[in-house]
Every structure is written in C-alpha cells, then in structure tokens.
Write a protein that binds this ligand. Structure first.
Ligand SMILES: NC(=O)C1=CN([C@@H]2O[C@H](COP(=O)(O)OP(=O)(O)OC[C@H]3O[C@@H](n4cnc5c(N)ncnc54)[C@H](OP(=O)(O)O)[C@@H]3O)[C@@H](O)[C@H]2O)C=CC1
Ligand SMILES: O=C(CO)[C@H](O)[C@H](O)COP(=O)(O)O
Length: 507
C-alpha cells in the first residue's frame, strides 16, 4: 500500500492552508505553493505554533523547486492537492507543472470545480499517465482544519487502493456513518456531488435566513432570543444536529466582547449583500441550477435562494428602486401575540420540510445525472458522507434517507429517482405542509421576505397535484405553436409530447 510521507499543496488560502496543517498534524511533510507568497508564510507561521505541525510545512516560491521537493523516486507516486479558485487557475497550474510531472503522479483537485472541466483535465492528464481526481471538500475552513467531508471521483483503482486509505485518516468522522469519504464514482462525479451539495446548502441558507427574518420582523425577537430558539431546534427532532441551524444559534448570540451584551451583536453590523454569485468567485450555486434545468429536475427552492442572493448583491439598485416605489416593509404581526409558541412550532416544521425540499431537489438531480452518465453513484454513500464535516449535515434527514437508499441498493431494485415518493418522506411533508402554508401566508401578510419558503410550498403543491393550470398553458402553446397535447381520456403515462393538435383560430 502506498503510504505518503510528503504531500504537495497548491493554494494556501483558507482551505488549502488549513488542509496543510491537518496533513502536517497527521505526520506528513507538506510542500506548499501559492501565487500569493504571504498566504504561504501565514500557514508556515501557524504551523510553528504547534509541536505536531512545526517544521512540517515548507513554502516554495517557484514550481521547479516545489516539484523537486518530493523524493523523486519514480516508483512512488507523488500526491499533489489543488485548493485554488475554480476555472483557468487549474489549467495555468497544470501548464506550469506539466514538465515536472512523472507517470503515476496523482493530482487531487480539492476546489469547487465545474465537473466538465475536471473531465477535460482528466483526459489531458491521462495522456501523461497522471491521475487527475476531482474531489469535493465540504465544510469550510474549520472542517478543512479538523477533517472535512470528502467526495472524490475518478480512476477507481487509484481511488480504492491508493487514495481512500489516506483520505480515511484525514476526513471527518461521524458517529453513525464512520469516515466521511467514499469513492463517489468515475469521471467528474466527485465534483458533481460537491456542486449539488452546495446547491442544497444554498437552499438551506435561504430557508434559515428567512426564518431569522420572520423572528426578527414579525415577532420582534432579540438576537439572543432567536439564537436560543435555533440552538433548541438543533438539539432535537427533525432539525437535530442541523449544522446551519446550530451555527445560526451561535451567530445570533455572538457579541463583540465575549458574553458582554453591551458590546453589541456582530450580526447587527453586517450588510445584507451576498456577493459570491455576482463577482464569480463561486460557481456551484449557478452550476446546480444550470444542471437541474438541463436534466429536467424541478429545483425551485435552490433557484429561489440563488435569485435572492443575486438581488441582494446589487444593493445600489435596491436603494434606487426603494426610492421609486412605496412597497411594504416587514412589520410586527400583532396577531401572533396570543399564539407565539404555536407559531414558533409552525416555523420549525416549515423550516424542516423546506430543507427537505432542498434535499429532494439536490438528491434527485444527482440520481438523474448518475443514471444518464452511468456513474452508478450510491446515494446511501452520499448521504453517509454528509453526516459530518459538511454544511448540509442534518442528522434526522440522514437517518431517514440513508437506510431507504441502502435498502434499495442492496435489493438491486430500480434506483430511487425521486425521494418525495418514499413513504416516510411523503408522510413528513403531509404532516408539516399546513404549518408551512400558515407561515408563508402570515409572512406575506406582514411583508417578510420568504422566497425559498414560498418556492418550497409551491413545489410541494405542484409536484403532488394532477390538476395543474398547465392544462391551459398547453392549450396556448398549441394555439400559437402547434406544440400538440395529450388528451385526458387517453391517460398517457410517458414523458413525451402528446399527438393532438387543434386549429384554435376561427377562420
Ligand atoms: N471557503 C470555503 O468554505 C470552501 C472553498 N472551497 C473551494 O476550495 C478552493 C479554495 O478556496 P479558498 O481557500 O476559500 O479560497 P482562497 O481564495 O482563500 O484561496 C485560494 C488561493 O489560491 C490562490 N490561487 C489562485 N490562482 C492560483 C494559481 N494559478 N496558482 C496558485 N495559486 C493560485 C489564490 O491566490 P489569489 O488570491 O492571488 O488569487 C488564493 O491564495 C476553491 O475552489 C473554493 O471554491 C471548497 C469548500 C469550502
Ligand atoms: O463550498 C463551500 C461549502 O461547501 C463554500 O462555503 C462556498 O463558499 C459556498 O458556496 P457558494 O458561495 O457557491 O454557495
């Protein structure tokens, strides 16, 4: 078995820097390179602070000395990890290190990358006999330091026999699911799964922030009260150990000076702009949407969340438009005074099934693409590796989905393509749908911003209905475009255009 004693990392930012320290802590020598030399120095300085990382991280200023820092015994593969911005940087780095690569070397791209770019690089590196593995690393910089949830995809032999034994030692570990790493599948499947993880994450982020907005505006709760409720939610039932709810509790109660309330809440000073999607630093949200539309998966929760973020980034236009129109602002809902507890319970249920909507859209997207590309992704494994170290971590949902996927995989049945059709999932949606509806109605009445909650409500409504108004849309399409339709009386069950056309316009 290959045992790595040295690892090369390109990219010393918040993820690469922390992974360097983690690998050093596990006894590896780390060769570190970044175009930004001050980032490399910062990691070396941090490494010096701990006995078990001291002298284990060495920085390099050029690719030649960086690549030669490995023991160049060609019998031993070298392991290089990329943790850089997506897009052209990986191509630039590959062009720079190409001349120093040996047959058998392994490149593990741990950035968030568009999976088709990963597949292109895999083919390019194949020609050199170099293995290029696209790996999702989830959990942010803190998990990068402690151990993240890892979704590698690429060459099966290298993954199973060389990389997984190593990655198992450095990944996050969960009580119920063990090591949060698995061989996702071939080609760009690892980066694909990470992309969808971020799509689900995006939906969840919106749902949680909308709940915060409702507490704030409609109930007039203080940050500390909201923090207490989030913390309480994250310790039990359907939101048990939900990472974003849990950190929501911390965020709401964080004062500038420890627990001193007079020092003010950090949260109160934060502007309402999310710019990742507007400055192109992150692509996973928009890629998820693109993919959902491309493979015909309805993903309105993820879409609504993304579009809110885009609008939030453009604060200048919002300021101008606010001057032009006098629309309502979120305000206190006096009607809630008598039934505050009931409403909080409604909101908890609404948040839970909206998060389930986000999961459904993401999981169904992975299943559809896995089927189309014959990747054979085991969804039970995806849910298992999302049990710790990652942002979508949610114990109840994992407890619900993992055994159902596993049972299906073991029975070798047709893969589950739509988790909404699983009876326990459907039962929860039926149970909490009325709560989601009450929350959305009240939120709209009192001017709160609820795009992802509303989208989730409508999603459940339309995917469970057989009497959609699209009957009329179909007629209009046929009127102007002869797009043709199915007849109710024929009960067509295929996903194909119907054969009928009517000449609607009177002669
Ligand atoms: N932050 C997070 O929570 C997570 C991030 N990721 C992904 O991990 C990757 C790294 O993220 P993060 O650490 O946050 O990003 P950072 O911006 O903190 O670090 C990336 C580093 O890579 C450097 N870099 C860019 N281009 C090159 C290049 N051509 N050669 C060498 N170095 C280069 C950057 O330098 P410069 O600034 O000068 O461009 C920067 O120092 C990204 O793909 C990100 O999407 C994945 C999971 C979580
Ligand atoms: O990858 C991540 C977590 O899993 C990062 O946190 C990422 O910054 C969030 O992505 P985006 O801004 O695209 O939503």
């Amino acid at each position: 078995m290959t045992k790595f004693s040295r690892i090369g990392i390109i990219g010393a930012g918040s993820m690469g820097g922390n992974m360097s320290l983690l690998f050093a802590e596990h006894g590896l020598q780390v060769s570190l390179y970044d175009v930004k030399q001050e980032s490399v120095q910062a990691v070396i300085d941090m490494a010096k602070e701990q006995d078990n990382t001291r002298d284990k991280v060495t920085g390099y200023k050029d690719y030649e000395t960086f690549m030669k820092s490995f023991n160049n015994d060609k019998q031993q593969p070298r392991l290089l990890v990329f943790s850089i911005t997506h897009g052209h940087p990986a191509d630039d780095v590959l062009a720079s290190i190409r001349q120093y690569l040996n047959k058998g070397d392994i490149i593990l791209d741990g950035g968030n990358e568009w999976y088709l770019d990963t597949e292109r690089r895999q083919k390019e590196m194949d020609k050199l006999g170099v293995y290029f593995i696209g790996m999702g690393v989830s959990g942010g910089y803190q998990s990068a330091r402690r151990g993240a949830s890892l979704s590698p995809g690429g060459n099966k032999d290298i993954l199973d026999n060389v990389l997984l034994p190593f990655l198992r030692t450095v990944c996050a570990k969960s009580e119920k699911g063990g090591e949060c790493v698995t061989n996702i599948g071939p080609a760009g499947s690892g980066h694909y799964v990470k992309m969808v993880h971020n799509g689900i994450e995006q939906g969840m982020l919106s749902i949680v922030c909308e709940a915060w907005g409702i507490f704030h505006a409609l109930l007039g709760f203080s940050e500390d009260d909201i923090g207490q409720i989030f913390t309480d939610w994250s310790t039990k039932s359907e939101l048990n150990n939900n990472f974003l709810i849990k950190i929501g509790g911390d965020i709401c109660t964080r004062h500038y000076k420890g627990d001193d309330p007079s020092s003010g809440h950090v949260l109160d000073d934060i502007e309402d702009k999310v710019v990742q999607d507007a400055d192109n630093t992150e692509g996973t949200g928009v890629w998820s949407l693109q993919e959902a539309a491309q493979v015909h998966i309805s993903a309105p929760t993820i879409a609504a969340a993304h579009l809110l973020r885009i609008a939030s980034a453009n604060r200048p236009d919002r300021i101008e438009f606010e001057k032009l129109v006098k629309l309502e602002k979120p305000r206190l809902a006096d009607v809630l005074k008598e039934k505050t507890e009931e409403f909080i319970e409604d909101l908890r249920g609404a948040v839970y099934i909206s998060i389930m909507a986000s999961f459904a859209q993401g999981c169904n997207l992975i299943s559809a693409t896995s089927h189309a590309k014959k990747w054979k992704i085991k969804m039970s494994e995806v849910i298992r590796i999302w049990r710790a170290g990652c942002i979508v971590q949610s114990d109840y949902i994992a407890d619900l989905l993992q055994p159902l996927y596993l049972e299906n995989e073991k029975a070798n049945d047709e893969p589950i393509t739509n988790i909404l059709l699983l009876k326990p999932v459907a039962a929860d949606i039926e149970k909490y749908y009325p709560a989601l509806k009450r929350v959305v109605l009240l939120a709209i009445e009192y001017g709160a911003h609820v795009p992802a909650l509303t989208a989730s409500l409508e999603y459940f409504k339309y995917v469970s209905s057989t009497e959609l108004p699209t009957q009329f849309m179909e007629a209009e399409l046929d009127y102007f475009g002869a797009h043709s339709y199915d007849l109710k009386s024929e009960h067509a069950m295929n996903i194909k255009k119907g054969p009928h056309h009517y000449e609607w316009k009177k002669p």
